[in-house]
Design a protein around this ligand. Structure first.
Ligand code: PMP
Length: 401
């Protein structure tokens, strides 16, 4: 017998299960709104033209395939930090932000988890919103942090439970670690307003808490990369020393290339150097050094002024299509005479809409209408198209009335 004769069968991944069921379905107009990947208006995966062009440039440079350093491609990380923190960032100008390339956003969160587990001087407990991206709990638990939750979503308003969130922040033990979605909260699509972010920053400061930003959708929410970085930049301006996980999966469509970065704002260049040295010690035994191709592509886009401008337009294009699909879905539901309010569909932002549909209704949607999405009522708006929005609205109308 092998060593694994007693190994228990693990549960399948929730999203992959949906894809399986979708593939089996024979309905000619079946709709898959499960996975969080952008689709064009024909429902096809989209490679950004700026990515194609950057890729051509990279190929024509005939670069070698030598290892990058432990912290990755320096031109990439430098530009990634500038994109996130902005040209006016004091710690960026001072050279006190430590940054490393990472295996996309997930890898950045995992490095952050490992770093906090090893060095955070306070309690090694991280508070994540209720609900949060399902992988947050897994990533931080596997990093041996204790994971607790704070209130975030109000199911009665299908919006933000702002009072509950602030009250929970105020009740956390002093010096707690708090995970914040920088923009386009996944799965709810519910983001705080700028004023609410200001109050959240004050509450975090009052508690002397440590903010950990997860920014997987910069530019994807509003279409403007500066606007979407508001929360992070505001916290830095207010004197917080946050850490940050960045992903280029969505805003550059580089999903499978695994391009991301993990950074920490420190108090001085000297402190940054010490933090940097420890990040390297964490990364080395995890995967030695990150892959270079995607980072070179992202770096080309971020550093070439013409390509950068083009890319910003393409990000805006994706965000605008999503915003338009939200409006169309709501409009179609209203035209059908739905008695329910659907304002939340257009109030929410980013790749996902939290419909407020129950698990039972979501099952019906799949079984009776061949519309597939997660049981929590989350739909990927990026999977809605001009062609399927009508049928989607009818399906939702039929199960909700
Ligand atoms: N954080 C959040 C909130 C996400 O939604 C995602 C993508 N689904 C990620 C992080 C990381 O994704 P990736 O590892 O593909 O960059």
């Amino acid at each position: 017998a092998s060593a694994w004769s007693q190994i228990p069968q693990g549960p399948p991944d929730a999203i992959l299960g949906i894809t399986e069921a979708f593939k089996k379905d024979k309905h000619p107009q079946k709709i898959n709104l499960g996975v969080g990947a952008y689709r064009d208006d024909k429902g096809k995966p989209y490679v950004l033209p700026s990515v194609y062009q950057a890729e051509q440039q990279v190929i024509h440079q005939n670069l070698d395939k030598e290892y990058a350093g432990i912290t990755g491609v320096p031109e990439f990380t430098k530009a990634a930090a500038l994109l996130a923190y902005g040209p006016d960032s004091t710690p960026l100008k001072e050279g006190s932000i430590a940054i490393t390339q990472s295996i996309s956003g997930t890898g950045a969160l995992r490095i952050g988890g490992a770093f906090l587990q090893r060095f955070y001087p306070g309690a090694k407990t991280i508070y994540i919103p209720t609900p949060s991206w399902a992988n947050h709990k897994a990533v931080f638990s596997d990093s041996l942090l204790e994971v607790k939750q704070y209130r975030y979503y109000n199911k009665d308003t299908i919006g933000l439970d702002f009072d509950g969130m602030v009250a929970d922040i105020k009740n956390m033990p002093k010096g707690s670690i708090i995970l914040l979605h920088a923009c386009a909260h996944n799965p709810t699509g519910v983001d705080p307003t700028e004023d609410q972010w200001r109050a959240i920053s004050d509450a975090v400061k009052e508690g002397d808490h440590f903010p950990f930003f997860d920014m997987a959708y910069q530019g994807f929410a509003s279409g403007d990369t500066d606007k979407d970085a508001f929360a992070l930049r505001h916290f830095v301006k207010e004197g917080h020393f946050p850490c940050l996980a960045q992903s280029f999966a969505k805003n550059m469509g580089l999903y499978g290339e695994r391009v991301g970065a993990f950074s920490i704002v420190t108090a001085s260049p000297e402190e940054k150097a010490r933090v940097d040295s420890q990040i390297k010690i964490i990364v080395r035994p995890l995967y030695s050094n990150p892959p270079v191709h995607g980072a070179r592509v992202a770096s080309t886009i971020l550093n070439d002024p013409a390509l950068n401008k083009q890319w910003l337009g393409e990000v805006e294009g994706m965000a605008t299509r999503i915003i338009k699909m939200r409006a169309l879905l709501k409009e179609n539901l209203e035209k059908l005479g739905s008695k329910q309010k659907w304002n939340h569909i257009t109030d929410q932002i980013g790749m996902f809409a939290y419909t407020g549909l129950t698990a039972e209704q979501m099952s019906k949607l799949a079984e009776e209408h061949s519309v597939y999405a997660t049981k929590d009522g989350r739909i990927s708006v990026a999977g809605i198209t001009s062609d399927n929005v009508g049928r989607l609205a009818e399906s939702i109308y039929k199960i909700t009335g």
